[in-house]
Design a protein around this ligand. Structure first.
Ligand SMILES: NC(=O)c1ccc[n+]([C@@H]2O[C@H](COP(=O)([O-])OP(=O)(O)OC[C@H]3O[C@@H](n4cnc5c(N)ncnc54)[C@H](OP(=O)(O)O)[C@@H]3O)[C@@H](O)[C@H]2O)c1
Length: 328
């Protein structure tokens, strides 16, 4: 597994990360088997995947608890990131969503983050996080200046509770506010072969400010794994229902893409998943893109990890982009 620097933090992490959203289960992804999730996390490390991403919001604490159990006695083997700024246990904040009868709000005010970090550390059974990411940004109806949030996170860093600061789901303007207010080392944004909008918004900024671009949902929540055929009946959960590629009329387009890339898979002796992961990690400038892939089964991380070892020729990278552009 290749590794990369995370911003200017001095942290080195695997170019493929393991995302633990689905490990949280609940209606977003459907029930997860915790024993299998823990095996997936352990298998990841055996394969060189050090970067592990979770959040309080994933299963409303459940993902962090499972990750905490998995990391007992092995904490130092992983680069662990979690997030802040989303609460379901308080009323104050801007509404993010209402789910399963629970009201989930955005609130990144320092006094609330001070509570959140302690809850995350407790669930994760650790005394520090490697990367702490503001999950969703404040809204005008419940504002919080980014400089205040950043000031608090910088204090957490001085206290040794976190090693690097990240932010997610940003506008370019918010990126600049973070980077001007302190040391921003990573941003986490939705990015895949089929959803490339983030590259125009962030790739230049990341290169100029030495910030790692971490691509989330690079597999389009399982759609780009070659397991979907034109006739596949997909068990839709909330997370998948937000991806347009799961609509029945789009399934044949993805299946055709898989068929079209079969010669490339033969050339590199890899699967479609690995091709897609290698393509994602090859974007950006100076190896600054991290491919954060979700997995909750050992066979998935086994397949995904190999994508982090694969290097594609420039001509193949360009032709894959052209193929994706033709349908998206
Ligand atoms: N900052 C944010 O707002 C944000 C938002 C979304 C995600 N994220 C982070 O990014 C991570 C990745 O994104 P994601 O989970 O949305 O999407 P993803 O990585 O595109 O897809 C993950 C899903 O694809 C399926 N899958 C993965 N590897 C596979 C394989 N080799 N073969 C077949 N199926 C495979 C699994 O679905 P099944 O489990 O159903 O089999 C898995 O849960 C998350 O886990 C989370 O850590 C962050």
């Amino acid at each position: 597994m290749r590794s990369m620097k995370i911003g200017k933090s001095g942290i080195e992490a695997s170019v493929v990360g393991l995302g633990a959203w689905a490990i949280g289960g609940d209606s977003q992804w459907g029930a997860s088997d915790d024993t299998q999730s823990i095996r997936t996390i352990h298998r990841a490390r055996e394969l060189g995947v050090t970067l592990l991403d979770t959040a309080p919001a994933y299963g409303l604490g459940h993902s962090e608890e499972v990750v905490g159990r998995a990391l007992l006695g092995r904490r130092g083997d992983y680069v662990l990131s979690s997030k802040c700024g989303i609460r379901w246990d308080i009323k104050e904040g801007a509404l993010l969503m209402e789910r399963d009868g629970v009201r989930i709000v955005r609130n990144s005010r320092p006094e609330r983050l001070a509570e959140e970090i302690e809850m995350s550390l407790r669930r994760l059974q650790t005394d520090y996080l490697d990367i702490y990411i503001v999950h969703w940004q404040a809204l005008p109806e419940f504002p919080c200046p980014i400089a205040e949030t950043m000031g608090f996170l910088t204090d957490l860093k001085k206290q040794g509770k976190i090693r690097a600061i990240g932010a997610s789901n940003l506008t370019p303007g918010q990126f600049i506010e973070y980077a001007d207010a302190g040391q921003l080392d990573l941003i986490q944004e939705k990015y895949s072969l089929l959803d490339r909008a983030a590259e125009d918004r962030f790739f230049d900024l990341c290169a100029q400010r030495e910030v790692t671009f971490q691509a989330y949902s690079p597999l389009e929540r399982g759609m780009l794994t070659g397991k979907i055929t034109a006739d596949t009946t997909v068990a839709m959960t909330l997370a998948k229902s937000r991806i347009k590629w799961f609509l029945p009329e789009n399934l044949p387009k993805i299946a055709a893409l898989g068929d079209h890339w079969a010669p490339l898979c033969r050339k590199y002796q890899c699967t479609m998943t690995q091709l897609v992961i290698a393509w994602t990690a090859a974007q950006g400038t100076g190896s600054n893109v991290n491919a954060l892939c979700g997995a909750r089964k050992p066979h998935q991380i086994e397949e995904n990890a190999k994508g982090g070892e694969l290097v594609l020729d420039a001509v193949d990278l360009a032709s894959m982009r052209k193929d994706a552009e033709a349908i998206s």
